[in-house]
Design a protein around this ligand. Sequence first.
Ligand code: AMP
Length: 117
Amino acid sequence: MTDGDGNCLFCAIVARDVPADVVLETEASLAFRDINAQAPTHVLVIPKTHQPHVAALAEHEPAALADLMACAAAVADAEGLDGHYRLVFNTGSQVGQSVFHVHGHVLGGRPMGWPPG
Ligand code: AMP
């Protein structure tokens, strides 16, 4: 499923129409490196089906959200983050969401401050 006009970048990555550095794949999720890494590990985890943000995924496809969270944890393990990572779902343009296909940022490999900017 796409965003309706068939023009979703992350749907195109799932379809392998756009290349990506894939690090992990499950039946329902795909994990690939962010092209503009903000940390030594910066991997995006996405559901293969299209939902615009994580709340919509939780409402409409809770099993896919559970798979996505397990996929994020598996990525962190595979990257050797030893349980120390940040998982971010920007939701809405005002807080920085720029791609409207739900994605979690798995960030790690360096110290991080709080609160976030
Ligand atoms: P957000 O701003 O939370 O919507 O995150 C979108 C992320 O997608 C940004 O960190 C971008 O660097 C990343 N991104 C955009 N296009 C690509 C791409 N073709 N492959 C991998 N990451 C991408």
